[in-house]
Design a protein around this ligand. Sequence first.
Ligand code: ADP
Length: 430
Amino acid sequence: VVAVDDRGGPEERQRAADLGIDLVIAPRAEQWAGLCAAVDMVVVSPGVPVHHPVFSVHPAPRLLGEVELASQRSFGPMVAITGTNGKTTVTTLVAAMLEASGVWAVAAGNIGVPLLDAVTGADTPGKIRGQRPPGENPVVVAEVSSFQLALTEGFHPRVATWINFSEDHLDWHPDLEHYRVSKARIWANVGAGDVVIANAEDPVVMVATRAPRARGAQVDTFGVQEGEWRVEGGVLCGPHGLQIVDVAELPRALPHDLANALAASATAIACGATVAGCRAALLEFSGLPHRVELVSEAGGVRWYDDSKATTPGAVLAALEGFDSAVLIAGGRNKGLDLGTLRRAAPRLRAVVAIGEAAGELEDAFSGVRPVQEADSMEAAVDIAGGLAQPGDAVLLSPGCASFDWYTSYAERGADFARCVHAHLAREVGS
Ligand code: ADP
């Protein structure tokens, strides 16, 4: 094994030495051809940018990602979940539904445990192998991103769910078609005996079901209005008269919550969960942090942290749940068209624009809704507080990455919550 690190410092050198592997630090572009010629395959970490020299070596080496390695080493059933938005939520729900049904499951991939560790138990004796009853393997519920799918060959989940498709990651994928084709690889190897779960209300996803259907895969669909899994008479329903739960009983029932609940139920049932297990998991699930998370309520105004919404599609979905909102949006644009946010104007009282993309938001809403620019989160919260009327929501739902001001979406969300609490404390004090 030869490791390559563009930044390698003393810690990386030590780790490579401990493992007894060669480490090449920051090779020049022209060194890559030699490096690649000397190995059987190149495993690229998720997040290596698409313009990195490793992607333009001639002749092209065999390039794989972690998901491919994990699937080659997997000795249990694997379920995969992808989509532009809702991956982490649905993955978490599916694992919880299986657990509540008495099926041993582990959520892995983009969340929690790395996929390779989950499928092999390597290096995680406490977390995985230690829990493994002899002769039994957990169902691995894998959240897979487009970057990871782009570098798969034989990846073959037995149940594979594609939640939705809209613009994302155009700072990594050369164009939207490359992003779409990468996502569609989730179904590249599924066929007879496998189950594909697709969003009946998403035309891009539905077109992509044709190939697995032609190869004999079972295709199950979900969608709040359409689909075999849908909401009917206020109840989450499945095919053959299955009734999962009353919408009124759910801790939270924004439109995208219902879509996620349906996608998760369809997926979990295909993996052996029970209706009672799905129901129990849904009744307990009130959402993950930084995903339309209620931070505070004061003076008839509810403040929500939706920092994880880093695409316009996610922002539009979140806003569907509100009739009148002040939106705080902006950050580092991932190459996406923020103008689509204008569609939400009827639900918006005003917009507070932050970060590098503030100008793009001003362009998007100019002449349509009042837009004010803020040069810090604290200022954004103060401005939003001044604009909001009783009955409104204030939503931090940026539609952009956080890296202009923060190291992560979680840090951005935590800072927002801190500013909201400080703002409300000042209001009470004044
Ligand atoms: P991902 O892992 O794909 O980024 P998350 O489950 O972390 O998705 O949710 C991120 C954000 O995406 C949420 O805060 C919400 O704004 C939006 N979102 C969640 N589910 C959906 C969905 N089914 N459709 C559209 N947007 C969604």
